[in-house]
Design a protein. Structure first.
Length: 209
């Protein structure tokens, strides 16, 4: 069952250059399974949701309905109940940050995966992924003329011009407070501190002399 899903996801993300590649999916899966074990979640559902968590993200697909139909067809071939399929689809549709406009998840397993996904946006790897994504989207590292947004609509979050450094303030440094599980909160502490130190050092060097 898992192998079929892995093949499907790899076919989509193998050549990604935005920081949402197959290695990202694998890290999220490992973290989610670790958190899920600590929190006594359904590990099969955690693994499936983790593998599929980015496939309906509008950053990654130009046709969400087509992708949804493909995933539903794939899941229907596996020994899963209709309730489980609906839970997986609903969760992966709503798991993203969406500029702070994401919906609350009703699945505990979904919350576990959301925590793992957000942890992969923190720390050293999260920092590297931020600059990968900004470069892939043609955004600059930093531009003092572009102000950090304290409030924005979902469309503004997706379409307005921003920078990699702004993204730390608009999303990444806020993620620690959005985590659900105790285990994720523990892991987040060191990664959050690293990002704070990185941004402070970046701005120190930017403004020197």
């Amino acid at each position: 069952m898992i192998h079929k899903i892995e093949e499907y996801v790899q076919s989509i993300f193998n050549n990604d250059s935005t920081g949402h590649d197959w290695f990202h999916v694998q890290r999220v899966r490992r973290l989610a399974l670790h958190i899920g074990k600590e929190e006594q979640a359904n590990l099969l559902m955690v693994e499936i949701i983790a593998l599929l968590h980015d496939v309906l993200d509008d950053k990654m697909t130009h046709d969400k309905e087509k992708s949804r139909v493909e995933i539903e067809r794939l899941l229907a071939e596996l020994p899963l109940t209709r309730l489980h399929i609906d839970e997986i689809l609903r969760t992966i549709k709503n798991i993203g940050f969406k500029g702070g406009h994401g919906m609350d998840l009703d699945s505990f397993e979904g919350k576990v995966v959301q925590d793992a996904d957000r942890l992969d946006a923190l720390g050293a790897i999260g920092t590297a992924r931020t600059f990968m994504y900004s470069g892939a989207k043609g955004q600059s590292m930093f531009d003092p003329e572009i102000e950090v947004r304290s409030e924005m609509t979902y469309d503004q979050y997706r379409k307005e011009k921003s920078t990699a450094i702004n993204h730390f303030h608009e999303k990444l440094l806020l993620l620690k407070e959005t985590l659900h599980t105790d285990e994720a909160k523990k892991i987040a502490m060191e990664r959050h501190r690293f990002m704070e130190q990185f941004v402070n050092q970046f701005m120190k060097e930017w403004n020197e002399i």
